[in-house]
Design a protein. Structure first.
Length: 261
């Protein structure tokens, strides 16, 4: 894959990278000069994307709810690529259900993956990023993929709204911690609206054609369509690059204007 320079010299770890947003971000990062570790519970899918990227990428099975697997993933990135500069906490699941319809089991499952996984990533990758950047005199970044659902609530998304809103606020706490600790590390959240990835399939009406379902969702967005994975990948690329060195504790909406309504 041809290399540009916006992430030249950086090592990135992207979770949930077997498909969808994670795969798009991994490809975009590698195309801009980064070496990338793609992690996913779907090891085969992550490996296929990494193989397509080439020698600048590697893949690892990774359950983001496991502290031990987080420790192993960070260590793998350091051993394989010599350090770590960028963490993208992307792995997540969708969930539909009102506060009355959502079981405690589902509530805990969504929060374990969508929130606890982000907490563990920030906690366990930050020392490696801080050490790498201090050694090199470079800078690092944490990019947490939240959702516009973490800002604009829906009556049928109780668990997902809660988890994604918490990711937004956790990102601000991490940003302030890094600043006060004197780390050259920023932390920001990205808030996509509906993006054409497999996670949308659980939201489609049974028996409805996928294109028709995408069109229906698009009508809820001011620009009139759902987003594409690269719409989010370019946002994450900016936040991971040195272009965003003075941007921290912020949220970047990739929502086709939904939050402006």
């Amino acid at each position: 894959m041809a290399s540009g320079g916006r992430l030249a010299g950086k090592v990135a770890l992207v979770t949930g990278a077997a498909q969808g947003l994670g795969a798009a971000m991994a490809r975009r990062f590698a195309g801009e000069g980064a070496r990338v570790l793609l992690t996913d519970i779907n090891e085969g899918g992550a490996a296929a994307v990494a193989n397509a990227i080439g020698e600048s990428a590697a893949a690892l099975r990774h359950d983001v709810t496991s502290e031990a697997e987080w420790t192993a993933a960070v260590a793998f990135a350091q051993e394989r690529f010599g350090g770590l500069h960028v963490l993208v906490n992307n792995a997540g699941i969708g969930s539909l259900g009102s506060v009355e319809d959502t079981s405690l089991e589902e509530w805990r499952r969504v929060h374990a993956i969508d929130l606890d996984g982000v907490f563990l990533g920030c906690k366990l990758a930050l020392p490696a990023i801080a050490a790498t950047t201090a050694r090199e005199g470079s800078r690092g970044s944490i990019v947490n993929i939240s959702s516009i659902a973490g800002v604009v609530a829906g009556g049928n998304m109780a668990a997902y709204n809660s988890a994604k809103a918490a990711v937004r606020h956790l990102s601000k706490s991490v940003a302030l911690h890094c600043a006060r600790a004197g780390y050259a590390v920023t932390c920001n959240s990205v808030h996509p609206v509906f993006i054409d990835t497999p996670i949308l399939d659980s939201m489609f009406d049974a028996g409805r054609d996928r294109d028709a379902s995408l069109s229906k969702l698009g009508r809820q967005i001011p620009v009139g369509r759902v987003g594409e994975p690269d719409d989010v990948a370019y946002a994450a690329l900016y936040l991971a690059s040195d272009e965003a060195k003075f941007v921290t504790g912020a949220e970047l909406y990739v929502d086709g204007g939904l939050s402006a309504m």
